[in-house]
Design a protein around this ligand. Sequence first.
Ligand code: PHE
Length: 337
Amino acid sequence: MQERIKEILSEIEQFSAESKEQLEGFRIKLLSKKGDISQLFDDFKNVAPELKREVGQKLNELKNRAQEKLNLLKEKLEETGSADKVLIDLTLPGEQVNIGTRHPISIVRKRIIDIFSRIGFTLADGPEVEDDWHNFTALNFPENHPARDMQDTFFITGDFALRTHTSSVQVRVMENKQPPLRLLAPGRVYRNEAISARAHCFFHQVEGFYIDTNVSFADLKQTLLYFAKEMFGEETKIRLRPSYFPFTEPSAEMDISCNICGGKGCNVCKYSGWVEILGCGMVDPAVLDNCKIDSKKYTGFAFGMGIERITMLKYQIKDLRLFSENDIRFLNQFRSE
Ligand code: PHE
């Protein structure tokens, strides 16, 4: 019996616990009802009467010692256990913080603004809810022009509609300032169209215009050539095709040599070697007069381009709807810009 007490004592001295589970195992082994120490207490009745006093004392000491050790280890574990949570394991890999990306439309809008700001264009802004005068009438739209039709325009009430183009900003600026004017007006526009891969009911345009004395078509052409080369590369060519807009005369649509195939012909340019990117022209004198700018003294050019269109060409995006679906798998691809 005495031997056994010694054994258990040294077992207690040597024991150390690294976890609560180990400690609990220790408690069960020694102090539970069927534990080693309880066993000894059971065996106590067999101890010779003359030894009972001595052995009983030792047995009690053993039990106290076991209990003390348990308490001590428990305290320690609780301390370091809570310290564990604060301790940082520097070898763990860091948590990945996802960084947002710029929207491709924002990237391209910024590029366009950068390119034109280098040749003196500054920014102008106007409302998206626009009245008939600024969106149509001042821009020389005939009363029965199809663009005023319900099919193209989201009408609000009375005189108001969602602007169908950023040309309305031209009017707003010219009404309030006299030339020289050299401005860029980026913004969102709305058209009542069925949504498909190639058309949406809202999209973005950048309007540019330059009004001064002696502004000529050659200035327009050089400005746009400069833009095309800066945007799509030095080897880019442009071509102007006659067109019609109520607010410009003459009017043109501009194509660039296909930036995908370099003009050889591919499915993006439909094997023509050219892709259309914008509308432009010399501001119609009637528009200048509508805005109280002397059309005998001043001339000007204007152009308007769809940002989605430029972005689709630049990044070879085939579906316009991707721009407004907020699909992170699409947006993440523009991480580097
Ligand atoms: N506003 C025209 C459009 O939306 C583009 C344009 C702007 C054309 C300026 C000529 C001059 O299609």
